[in-house]
Design a protein around this ligand. Structure first.
Ligand code: GLV
Length: 310
């Protein structure tokens, strides 16, 4: 039996080497499209695989996403039905999300953009207001959202969470979808951080209704997926002043097309999907472990519920 790595356009030599080190020759590790014997492939390790490419493996049992998100897999109509999908759950991935969100929130709170503008103009002055008071709502209270919310809380911000199901998280009030609509939740905060999985229910959740519910001059931070955001609604809300600034790491199309208005909008700060990047060594350890579990017929680590979408 073998493992196929399907990550088009990226150098995966380090990942392959780490997996081979863990498996000590127990299974060959092939890199797509160079798969000598598709019949042998028991596990595929994927990120943005060409849709339909997994059908080439009749004995596929595990599809391991190289990211926390799996919508790229669940949206492939030609996903082999017999294969279980697993995702990455890794404290290092969560830590990257915490760092990025803290960076964005602290820059907003401390008026970083205004201070940079002042430097450019040679102005020595306290910004006005000195700091921006923030009440932060975290959309999505899972493996990533909870650490993000706790990090922001530990920095002294008032934080609340929003989640599909009811949850108890120490020190953070979590509202469930059944309790409040997303817009009613948004009304309670002036900063929204989106860490949701992308599912048919969460697609477009950052929309006009939500932006209009927030107090004037609010902030949006999206580190989940571009599909959560209705771009035109955000642009309108930024121009109308409902939203003061957006910090965006993810987009409908990546790389973000050069002609997209986000690139030059003065109230948008964008980064190229780097909020947190999968640690290859940690991913390789998980791949090797799930491969061994699959061979022994044991439960896999971090399986996805296709119905829930994460
Ligand atoms: C990255 O976007 C991930 O899903 O881990």
């Amino acid at each position: 039996m073998a493992i196929a790595i399907i990550v088009p356009g990226r150098d995966v030599s380090l990942l392959k080497q780490h997996i081979e080190n863990h498996l000590q020759g127990a299974a060959p590790v092939w890199v797509y499209p160079d798969i000598p014997d598709p019949d042998q492939v028991l596990m595929a390790v994927v990120w943005k695989h060409p849709p339909g490419s997994l059908l080439a493996f009749p004995h596929l049992r595990v599809v391991q996403s190289l990211g926390a998100g799996v919508e790229h897999l669940l949206r492939d109509p030609q996903l082999p039905g017999q294969a279980r999908i697993c995702r990455i759950v890794d404290p290092d991935l969560a830590l990257g999300m915490c760092h990025y969100t803290a960076m964005a929130v602290l820059n907003i709170h401390k008026q970083w953009w205004q201070l940079q503008e002042q430097q450019a103009q040679g102005i020595w002055a306290e910004p006005v207001p000195e700091v921006v008071p923030l009440t932060i709502g975290v959309l999505g209270m899972g493996e990533l959202g909870v650490p993000v919310a706790k990090t922001l809380r530990s920095l002294g911000f008032e934080v609340m969470g929003y989640s599909r199901t009811a949850k108890i998280v120490e020190g953070i009030r979590v509202f469930s979808e059944g309790e409040l609509s997303a817009a009613a939740f948004a009304k309670k905060v002036n900063t929204l951080v989106c860490v949701l999985p992308l599912t048919p229910q969460t697609e477009g959740i950052l929309n006009r209704e939500v932006f209009e519910a927030m107090p004037r001059g609010s902030y949006i931070i999206n580190i989940a997926r571009g599909g959560h955001l209705v771009d035109a609604d955000l642009l309108a809300a930024l121009d109308a002043g409902n939203i003061e600034r957006a910090v965006l790491d993810v987009f409908h199309i990546e790389p973000l097309p050069t002609e997209h208005p986000f690139w030059t909008h003065p109230k948008v700060t964008l980064t190229p999907h780097i909020a947190s990047v999968t640690n290859q060594a940690n991913a390789a350890a998980l791949v090797a472990e799930n491969y061994q579990r699959a061979v022994k017929g044991q439960d896999l680590k971090f399986p996805v519920d296709p119905g829930a979408g994460y």
